[in-house]
Write a protein that binds this ligand. Sequence first.
Ligand code: PGA
Length: 250
Amino acid sequence: MKKLIAANWKMNLKRNEAEDLVSKIEGILAQQPELQVKSDLLICPSYVYLPMLAPLCKKAGIALGAQDCSMYEQGAYTGEVSSSMLKELGCSYVVLGHSERRQYHKEEDSLVCKKAMTAHKHGLITIICVGESQEERESGRHKEIVKTQLLNSISKDTQAQNTVIAYEPVWAIGTGKTASSDDVREMHDFIRSTLKENNIEGADDMRLLYGGSMKPSNAEVLLALDNVNGGLIGGAALNAQDFTGIAKAG
Ligand code: PGA
C-alpha cells in the first residue's frame, strides 16, 4: 500500500514561513522524485493559509487538507468552516478528532462521527484520530479505549476510499516520547483486526497512520511495520528536511 505522509501544522507558522516551507519541500521533491513514488504527501495547514497554499501544493504534487471541519453543511454557525468550503479551496483531506480537539474543545466520538459523515458527503477523505492517554495506557486499558473511540468515531459510510485512521497515543504527541515499535505494532494490528471484525468495508486496504513525535530517526522502524501505512506528523513537519526525511524513511 502506498504510504501517506501527512503534516499537521497545527496553529503554527507565519504566512511567509508557511509559503517558504512549501517551497522548500517542493525543492527537495524536485531533487528526489522517488519520494513521491513511495508515498503520498499531504499538508494540513491552518484554514487561513489554504487558499494561498493550494496552488503551491498542487504544483508540487502535495495534497492539501484541513485540521477540522464543521458537522453542519452551511448556515448560521458562527466560526465554523464547512466541508464544501474546504473542498472548493482544493482540500482532499480533513483531520478529525485530533486529541487536541478532544482535550481542549471537548469533542466527543459522536461529534467526530457526524463531522465525518458530512465530510464524506462532500468528497473529503477523513483522517480519524484515536489514541489513549498516559494514564489509560498505564492502567492497561489502552486497547479497549482505542477500540471504543474508533468504532464510535467512524461514520456508517466508512470505507478504505474515504477514511484513514491515525493512531496517536496522547502521551507521545509533542513530547518527544515515541511509542516503542512493539507498542505501535500491537495497536496497529489490533486496529486492523477491529475494523475487520466489524465488517468495515475495505478494512484490509484502509491506511493506518502512526502519529506522536515521529521524526526521521524513528520513522524507518515505525514505517516498516506491517500495519503502519504512513504517519501524521506535527513538530517535525515544520521543517522541510525533517518532513521529507520521514517520507524518505518510509
Ligand atoms: P507531533 O504531533 O509529531 O508533534 O508529536 C503529532 C500530531 O499531533 O499529529
